[in-house]
Write a protein that binds this ligand. Structure first.
Ligand code: UDX
Length: 442
């Protein structure tokens, strides 16, 4: 099929590559000409392992065409995907400006029947809104052209984007008539993933509900970690025990210093805003957001309780991105942690395999190290913030020799506490307690 994807962000580019890899011809549309030029030379606007190689192949095969003309793309494609950003407004609600602009442009470009598919994460009722704007545009042009608007949310994870786009767990398609459904069936005819057909609003809510539920699992375990610590119980063992129940599932039960990224923080607040608008604020989600927003504060209190005043102390951070295998620092817990450490008048060094440039601009006071060992050279405490393999597998024996004091805070519960104590660290995780105090004066 010929497909247009409007918006060359994370979702738009990944979706385009996945469709092109499945044999479709994809027109990728964006207003940013520089971005398009780079994509045409197989340079991605973000880091995703293995994706640039595939991009190069698909560009060479001319399965992917980059253009800044919505009109050209709409006229040549059967399906028009909208994958532009929906950033948060100060109220937490999603800003639909880009969606509205694109809808207008699509309306003024339509010449014959098209199926318009919304991939962006959008508030409930956006499908209707898009339909209305396109109709308005057609009325202005005095054209009576038929079209359908479908909701087909994306569930990909950064760091696994390509895999998730090519092999999703499920495909959710919200449409209002058989004509649109048939188009979507044709698109996904070779997919092995189960397809759930719903109406448009249901599909829109599935996306928010899924992200909110996963965030709820994380905040649940994070709050329980605070309690476990008081009770002297290891939360990792409790997570393991809970996760063995298939009804609960083991995923998203790892306690840590909180979730970040471009989706969970934004989508939880947006769903909260939507529920409040209809007079039913989701109380559970209020708690989820609050726990996440206070998790770094709670972690900082632990640090101060162990080390004492941080004034003049040297702290080494290991990892800065909101999760490993991405260069994304949007809503990363590291940013709040750095801010707090600086407020406490500590000096901070940090290492991250991917995000350094961006963080340097925000916090020029932080010394950026070239490797994990360098980041903890002579520090009074080391903090693991992001669980990159390179950091988990670093030479911890050597690390112990480099630090001034042996405090090691594991913000992701990914290190083996016993081993760390053996290496001579005083280890503290999230809801795991404090092990190896005897090493403090070693
Ligand atoms: C998420 C959803 O998983 C994806 O389906 C949706 O399309 C976009 O939002 P992503 O933001 O890429 O994907 O990352 P994800 O792997 O879900 O992790 C989000 C955050 O939760 C990270 O900061 C991660 O460190 C944290 N997390 C995850 C935990 O703290 N504990 C866990 O057990 C799992």
């Amino acid at each position: 099929m010929n497909i247009a994807v409007i918006g060359a962000g994370y979702v738009g580019v990944t979706t385009s590559i996945a469709f092109a890899e499945q044999g479709h011809h994809v027109f990728v549309v964006d207003l940013d000409k520089e971005k398009l030029e780079k994509l045409n030379h197989s340079i991605l606007p973000f880091y995703e392992d293995g994706m640039e190689e595939l991009l190069m192949k698909l560009v060479e095969q001319q399965h992917l065409i980059f253009t800044d003309s919505i009109q050209a793309a709409v006229r040549q494609s059967e399906l028009i995907f909208i994958a532009v950003g929906t950033p948060p407004l100060p109220s937490g609600a999603a800003n639909l400006e880009q969606i509205e602009q694109v809808s207008k442009a699509v309306g003024s470009a339509l010449q014959e029947y098209r199926t318009i598919v919304i991939k962006s994460t959008v508030p409930i009722g956006t499908g209707e809104k898009v339909e209305f704007i396109i109709k308005e545009e057609l009325d202005l042009r005095k054209k009576d052209i038929e079209f359908d608007v479908v909701a087909n949310p994306e569930f990909l994870r950064e760091g696994n984007a390509l895999h998730d786009a090519l092999y999703p767990d499920r495909i959710v398609v919200g449409c209002e008539n058989m004509r649109a459904r048939k188009m979507m069936e044709k698109l996904y005819q070779n997919s092995i993933a189960p397809i759930l057909f719903t109406n448009r609003k249901e599909a829109e809510l599935v996306k928010y509900a899924s992200n909110a539920f996963l965030a709820t699992k994380i905040s649940f375990i994070n709050e329980l970690a605070r309690v476990s610590e008081q009770l002297g119980i290891n939360i990792s063992v409790v997570s393991k025990g809970m996760g063995m129940d298939r009804r609960i599932g083991a995923d998203f039960l790892r306690a840590g210093i909180g979730y970040g990224g471009s989706c969970f923080p934004k989508d939880t607040r947006a769903l909260l805003a939507m529920s409040s608008e209809v007079g039913m604020p989701l109380k559970i989600l209020e708690a989820v957001v609050e726990i996440n927003e206070t998790q770094v504060d709670w972690f900082m209190e632990k640090i101060v309780k162990s080390i004492g005043s941080l004034e003049g102390k040297h702290i080494g951070l290991l990892g800065l991105t909101f999760k490993p295998n991405t260069d994304d620092i949007r809503e990363a817990t590291s940013l709040k942690l750095i801010q707090e450490l600086l407020l406490h008048k500590a000096t901070v060094s940090a290492y991250d395999p991917k995000s350094t440039d961006i963080v340097t601009k925000i916090y020029p006071q932080v010394r950026f190290a070239t490797c994990p060992l360098d980041a903890i050279n002579n520090v009074d405490a080391s903090i693991l913030v992001t669980e990159w393999d390179e950091i988990i597998q670093m030479d911890w024996k050597e690390a112990r020799k480099r630090v001034r004091q042996s405090y090691l805070f594991d913000g992701r519960n990914v290190l083996d506490p016993k081993k760390m104590v053996e290496y001579g660290f005083c280890y503290e995780g999230v809801g795991i307690g404090n092990l190896g105090k005897e090493n403090l004066h070693g």
